[in-house]
Design a protein around this ligand. Structure first.
Ligand SMILES: [Zn+2]
Length: 298
């Protein structure tokens, strides 16, 4: 990374947060940050390209309301497996620095919109008021009874004895159990109906309150800088926010393993910093000096 680029970025943020002002920062986080923690992603409704197979099923076969209706046991096993892997992963220094930023409410207005469902932001205590999980969470469960609004968040593993995946995790050939009885699956403690994973499936719309919350933040705070972390300009929701923030006069900083050539073209009208490397390393390297500066100036 070029030293001058790093310094000009740091100075930009410090200038925005001096004399009692707060810097307004929106972070868009994609799968690259989870990859740095050793987690593979299994695709979701905006990221069809990363559709990865699991035991001969593609995630498009399993991550749909239809699949859940037809075979809730199989779909729950898939999510139990993903919960288990996510719990085995360790949040990295990129997750930690975003959590630090989210808790520094005296220096900045900060919001993270993440595409990741793996709970790694929560595990390093990212401020929950400034975290929007646009694709839901592997660790949320939601009641499927239309008249019941039960939903809860937990890191239990396994969720039920039948969803203990430790026996199958290392063996790709061992046959998965057939769970045919709903009572073996997570059930609502209020009404007894089957619970479902709190993730957004293919064909499902994003909850409106999430989009509204993101829009409100952008309108209320007039974003100084958009951080694009471990994702590409072309992947939604990043794609939809770039123009909005550019039109507000905001700048862009990319933290990714590859240079975003499309965003580079914006550089003539909007400043775009690109910090190439593992974002678990580049994020703390660039933000820690800013955090120290804020701390010292208090
Ligand atoms: Zn219920």
């Amino acid at each position: 990374m070029e030293k001058e680029e790093i310094e000009s970025f740091q100075q930009f943020i410090l200038d925005k947060s001096k004399n009692g002002q707060k810097a307004n920062i929106l972070a868009l986080v994609g799968s690259g940050l989870s990859v740095s923690s050793g987690l593979h992603t299994y695709g979701n409704n905006s990221d069809l390209a990363s559709n990865v197979s699991w035991r001969n099923y593609s995630s498009i076969d399993l991550a749909t309301p239809d699949a859940f209706e037809t075979n809730p046991g199989l779909v729950w096993l898939f999510y139990a497996y993903r919960r288990h892997l996510a719990l085995l992963a360790t949040p990295n220094n990129g997750h930690k620095i975003l959590a630090d930023l989210s808790n520094l409410t005296s220096n900045l207005n900060f919001l993270t919109i993440t595409q990741n469902m793996d709970g790694l932001h929560e595990r390093v205590h990212h401020n929950s008021d400034s975290l929007l999980e646009f694709h839901g969470s592997l660790f949320e469960v939601i009641c499927t009874n239309f008249n019941c609004n039960y939903r809860s968040f937990n890191f239990n593993d396994p969720l039920t004895p039948s969803l203990d995946v430790t026996k199958y995790i290392d063996s790709k050939t061992m046959e998965l159990p057939k769970i045919e009885n709903i009572s073996q699956l997570p059930l609502c403690p209020i009404c007894g109906t089957l619970l479902r994973p709190g993730v957004i499936w293919f064909g499902e719309a994003l909850p409106l309150y999430l989009i509204d919350k993101a829009d409100e933040f952008i309108i209320d705070y007039n974003i100084d800088i958009l951080l694009i972390i471990g994702t590409s300009h072309s992947i939604w929701p990043t794609s939809s926010y770039i123009d909005l923030i550019k039109n507000q006069g905001g700048k862009i900083a990319v933290f990714n393993t590859i240079r975003d050539l499309e965003l580079e073209k914006l550089n003539s009208t909007t400043k775009v910093w690109q910090f190439i490397g593992d974002c678990a390393t580049t994020l703390p390297e660039i933000f820690n000096p800013i955090l120290i500066n804020w701390k010292n100036s208090q």
